[in-house]
Design a protein around this ligand. Sequence first.
Ligand SMILES: [Zn+2]
Length: 400
Amino acid sequence: MPTNVAQSGNTANAVTITWTDGAAGTPTERYNVECKIYQASWSSTTMASVTGILRGTQSASVPVNPGTLYTCYVAAYDPAATPAYNPVVSTGIVVSYQNSGTCTGRDLLDPTSYGAPRRCDTAGATREQAEQFEEDQIAVFGKPVSRMTNADIDSNGVLNNFAATVPVCWYLCQATQTLTDSRLAQQLTVMNNAYASAGISFSQLRKLNCRNDRGSGTSSTGYTQWMANLGSNSNIDSGWSYLNSLTSTLGWNDCVTIYSGDWEGTGLLGIAQLGLNTYTMQYNYPTTFPGTGSVSPYNLGATMVHETGHNFSLDHVFNQGCSGLGDGVADTPNGNTNYGCPVGQDSCPSSPGKDAINNFMDYTNDCCMNYFSPQQALAMQANIQSRKPSWVTTPAGSRR
Ligand SMILES: [Zn+2]
């Protein structure tokens, strides 16, 4: 039986899978390497594969699509046996295709065009927050997502049965407004693509432009007040405290409130409330939105994807570095903070797996980010279903 199945690297459009097989086989035995698209049903036949590999071969390069998460298996079979195809299949491994092919030129390994590395000011979960997130996960799935195996996910079909639509409220406050309806729509398209594998979609509920529309019940707001209340750009704590209070003043408890305006902090691209609550908010620097955003390599909309992951309870994948279950899920390898798109980076060689540089919850360039892990998706589903059940159209764990 093939064992020690591992991902050993990528080429432009393929992942390399290695394995060992210590069992004595028949001389005619062959291997197939099959990679199912993770987001699809586990019973799906949609997969990338190479077949008929001679016995003795211990690696294969499987053609895959960029930006897609796969689960790969190695199947040993004897084509001369009866029945003809009766494979012995290895344990599956989750494979992320590291999308370096579309992450080139100025974007790759070069955060300097913005002048500073990505900075998100969201702090890691407190012990109390982590416990609450786990309690929500137990309520929805019967156990913390970090203890769910692929078999749990497979047998319950939980990853693919969830659907929710998250209302988004924009609060836009720039001296010169750059976030057009077109750019907001492009940002929501980026969001819907990024969260499709988790069954989460987004739609605009309302929009307020502080320059000309204060909205009902918001007489204390407006551009002058916004700038005054945020205080010094470098004092992120006081500005963030103001945005917390503004959200309750607005009364926007039926959406995730997205603030974007003249408030950068010192290189701050975004900050978010960790986990959904009565009022849920985040701040994104306007030029991180797709369209004509100028903070390359952070101008493709991944900042809102990242901050919204925080809103749905996710920590940074590099939280606590090489020690422990830093981000509360077990399927993002331990690692340190990464910038650019350092393919193959392995910050914690004594821990399994290479850094999750393509994960939306690292600090890499927008074009380098392309997936949430299965357990991250489940954690977000549990947070939404527990805290905002009215947004859920198909509950997690149900059969469709
Ligand atoms: Zn962050």
